[in-house]
Design a protein around this ligand. Structure first.
Ligand code: PLP
Length: 457
């Protein structure tokens, strides 16, 4: 057969990588295909670990200072679903940060949960989504019977919530705190460890593949409450995970953590200097976000994320131009910003190369106008519960004709996969306009096929 996938990947090899995975496609692993084994004599069973996997998980838990850790082979997607399935029972109410990843919304369907939402705030001056307000969090917990709260910290752009205060509020109302720290595993190997969710949450999710050197799809779930046992979590892991979990993935998470323990602290400090130099050298040409803004909805900004904008180009144009002209792969571009991810695997010459390319780009001007103030708080009209909506009869209609209808799927801009509309929510004129803006500039929107969306019949 034609090897389409192979060819596509071959074509983008050799790029400078400022996106995931954290290993940056550099040859740093000390294992290879000969390590692709299964449960045989001498190995262990991820779904019921008793040997090498258990020993490794125990050491991981010690490193992160949590009660228990579990290797996952279905990304943070799987880890979030296991965490939510452990913390809740069908019919429970759950409070979700509206800009959570779509895997959290999918868990609402799996577990038949009733969602309440809290919006992250929109900082108009910087045209950025920041964190949540604590008063609002408390209000929602006071007025509803919430079993679990799911928050994202750091967010895609590196902003970390005040989890110390948040955990006090959540626990005051006897709810469980699940923190999606998919983008923040590395914070635990820096002087800023105090901002990591491992210190405060009951469940913490780490996409090892995103920010430390491990293979795509590898991740870890940590349990940090006495209210659930290791077996409670393993029971759910058995519901969700393959019976042939990849030893390449589990080994790569183990490798990544070992690597970070050995070299993370020093190397990330070195990167910090290189990033600072890049920012200083590009002053006046590129506008970098440094987190130094007046906004009390977040407490720390993770500077391994290089978030920037160039006045003459929108974020997507930056991503496209760096790809086509400079062979650089960025993580994301939206209507305004572009995001470059750094990791322990970057070297000084990588930052120098990025600097040269950005210098070049800053001289280009675009025909397209930039969009500002596009980000809105989403306060959806929930017509049916996510599970109800998912199983109702549906039909496909043109997006333009969907105003007033109820969605039976998720529509999300990708990356990072934050839903604009979820199961059972009414589609409004504003939502249609937002989706059209994303599509117009070339951002991928999942949940739309040939201009059609799935709605309840
Ligand atoms: C905040 C956040 N959480 C969870 C996920 C899902 O993680 P994974 O890709 O490891 O399944 C993503 C993916 O982009 C994400 O951005």
């Amino acid at each position: 057969m034609e090897r389409y996938i192979y060819k596509a990947v071959e074509k983008i090899k050799g790029q400078k990588v400022f996106s995931m995975p954290g290993h940056k496609n550099k040859e740093i692993f000390d294992f290879n295909m000969t390590s692709d084994v299964t449960e045989v004599i001498g190995t262990d069973n991820l779904l019921d670990p008793e040997g090498c996997i258990l020993n490794s998980e125990k050491e991981v838990a010690k490193i992160f200072g949590v009660k228990d850790s579990f290797y996952m082979v279905n990304g943070s997607t799987g880890a979030l679903q296991v965490a939510i399935a452990t913390a809740t029972n069908p019919g429970d109410e759950i409070l979700i940060q509206r800009n959570c990843h779509k895997s959290v919304y999918n868990a609402l369907v799996h577990n038949d949960l009733i969602p309440h939402y809290i919006n992250a705030k929109y900082n108009k001056k910087y045209n950025l989504i920041t964190g949540i307000e604590l008063d609002e969090l408390e209000e929602k917990l006071k007025n509803n019977n919430i079993k679990a709260v799911v928050l994202t910290s750091p967010n895609y752009f590196g902003l970390c919530l005040n989890l110390e205060e948040i955990s006090k509020i959540v626990h005051k109302y006897n709810a469980f705190l699940i923190v999606d720290e998919a983008h923040g595993t590395h914070i635990n190997f820096t002087d800023n460890r105090e901002y990591s969710a491992v210190n405060y949450a009951d469940f913490i999710v780490h996409s090892t593949h995103k920010t430390i050197p491990s293979l795509t799809q590898s991740s870890i779930l940590h349990l940090n409450t006495e209210k659930f046992s290791r077996n409670d979590v393993l029971k759910r892991i058995n519901l969700y995970l393959s019976t042939s979990p990849s030893y390449l993935l589990t080994q790569s998470s183990e490798f990544g953590i070992d690597f970070m323990e050995k070299f993370g602290y020093e190397k990330l400090k070195e990167n910090e200097k290189n990033i600072l130099k890049l920012k200083n050298d590009l002053k006046g040409k590129v506008e970098f976000f440094n987190g130094d803004i007046e906004d009390d909805t977040f407490v720390y900004y993770d500077r391994t994320k290089i978030l920037f904008r160039i006045p003459s180009l929108n974020g997507f144009e930056i991503v496209e131009s760096l790809f086509l002209r400079y062979n650089i792969r960025l993580e994301m571009g939206d209507l305004d910003y572009a995001l470059a991810l750094s990791s322990i695997c970057d070297e000084r010459e990588d930052f120098e190369y990025l600097k040269g390319a950005l210098e070049g780009l800053s001289q280009i001007s675009s025909e397209k106008s930039k969009e500002f103030n596009f980000v809105k708080e989403i306060n959806p009209e929930i017509v049916y519960s996510p599970r109800e909506a998912f199983f109702m009869n549906s039909k496909n209609v043109l997006l333009e004709e969907a105003e007033g209808l109820v969605s039976s799927s998720i529509i999300a801009a990708y990356p990072p996969g934050v839903p604009i509309v979820s199961f059972g929510e009414r589609i409004t004129k504003d939502i249609i306009n937002d989706i059209n803006k994303y599509i117009k500039i070339g951002i991928e929107v999942v949940g739309i096929n040939n201009g059609r969306v799935e709605v309840i019949a």
